[in-house]
Design a protein around this ligand. Sequence first.
Ligand code: GLU
Ligand code: MG
Length: 495
Amino acid sequence: MTANRAVRWADPTIMGAALAGPGGPTWTGAATRAILSAMTTPAPTPLEPRALAAGLTAAGVAGVTISWADNNGIPRSRTVPVGALPRVAEVGVGITTLFAVFDSADAITFAHADLATPSGDVRLVPVLDKLVPLAGQPALAWAPGRQVAADGDPWPYDQRGALERQVDALAADGLTALVGYEMEFGVYLDDGADDEPVPAHPGPAYSPQALVGIDGFVADVLRDCAANGLELGQLHAEYGPAQMELSLAATDPVTAADNQLLARQTLRAAAQRHGLRLTFAPLPATTVAGNGWHVHTSLWRGERNLLASHTGRPTDDGAAYVAGLLRDLPAVAAVTAPSQGSLARLRPGFFAGAYGFWGVENREAPLRYVPGTAFLGEGNANVELKTSDASANPYLALAAVLAAGAAGVAEGLTLPEPVQSDPGTWTADERAEHAIVALPASQEEQEKALTGSPRVAGALGPALLGAFLAVRRSDAASAHDRDVDDVLAGLRWRY
Ligand code: GLU
Ligand code: MG
């Protein structure tokens, strides 16, 4: 990542956007370093755990919340007192091996043979470089966690590790990726009534007037994100009543996933202060707009954005990257939009990506190519995956995306013609003529797609794949024979 990569993914039109700051601040540990540098004692080695703990204590921080996301995309955590940080930084804190097989309702499935007993321990180790004191929860700091085996060896169920492996694999081919998330969510009054949540803004869609009633919340989100080291693209009232969207600046992939988790925490704390309740669920109810957490990626060789092109369409390696994503889209979607709520969200005509195709700036396409125009600069070029939501583990989601795309580059795949309309409005014959098929619409179809892609399945590795599939089956079994509204209500506040 270098300062002169002029990357700015700005969507000039109303639907969707992700902005990436050109050579923006390296936020890694920035807030922490600020605390350390404010100390009067001799300059400590940056992020030396003892000095860090002392600095945090002096700043009034009592505990550090170490967070990861499980296979349902649900954030989990442990909080340790600041005084324990030096020891915890070394050996982590114990958590059960069974977190890999928690399902979306916190039920533990014992159906994955290698994690079929309640015995076993994993160590959750904070990533100190990413530790930030939380602006919205001043007594706490936050850090993403790595999961390692009890003896310190790699733990094959560690989702963050799976993404790190993909990033390393790209690097071995001389490639890097930039990733930016768009997060849509619903804002409701926190009045304790679950049955009929009351929208905190009435619309109109994208209107400044929609947010006036919650401007204290909006202001706190902007302030707290900045203080927590999250660079934002923009924030706006989205399409549906109660819906908003926040876009995060593009960063390296692991930071993008860390930031996505930190953004959830930051948003929730701000909402709490204003008597609001947020839903990040892919589809909070059948009657409201879906919440996509779209992923924008670009692939770079040195300073060259491979997605950039002068023709308005991706070329060469950039085209091969998109072709790789397109080939594996059903398997990728099984990881990036994996829940019962995801499946309910993927309806044609809702800009969520229900059929497998790509298009240039086509907002109905699950793969929307965003060209780098002369106006915006080549760094702007990227491809957006719309078939992605908060029920995906962000580390696994990005590992799946990068594995699929990189394989396309390695194999020099060719990209078919773009589709510029909505194949959902075509006849079945027209779709067949263009070889456009629906993306997997059930857990069984997703499992078939995922196990059928050596690239995406390989990105998870056999252990994590086994646990992931067991969790998906558990979710599907508990949704079986239930009304979809009931299933969606159960997932509404989980992410
Ligand atoms: N809310 C839509 C979704 O479910 C996306 C709308 C947009 O393109 O911003 O993904
Ligand atoms: Mg949007």
